[in-house]
Design a protein around this ligand. Sequence first.
Ligand SMILES: [Zn+2]
Length: 67
Amino acid sequence: MIKLQKNKGTVINLEPCRHCKREIETKKRQCPYCGTLNPTVKIKEIAIGIAAVTIIMYAVSFFINSN
Ligand SMILES: [Zn+2]
C-alpha cells in the first residue's frame, strides 16, 4: 500500500477536475489548468443539493397552503 505523504503526517487529497479530469488538490477553489470553479464538486452533488432545496421549498409551500 502506497500512501502519498508530504512532510510529516500531511496527506494531500487529490481528486480529478470535473472539466479537464486532471488530478488537483481537493481544497482548491479553482482548477489551475482549466480555470473551472469548485472543480472537485461533482455535478451529481450539485443536483442533489438543488433537489433538496426544491423538496424543502415544496414542503414549505404545502405547509403554508394547508392553513
Ligand atoms: Zn480542470
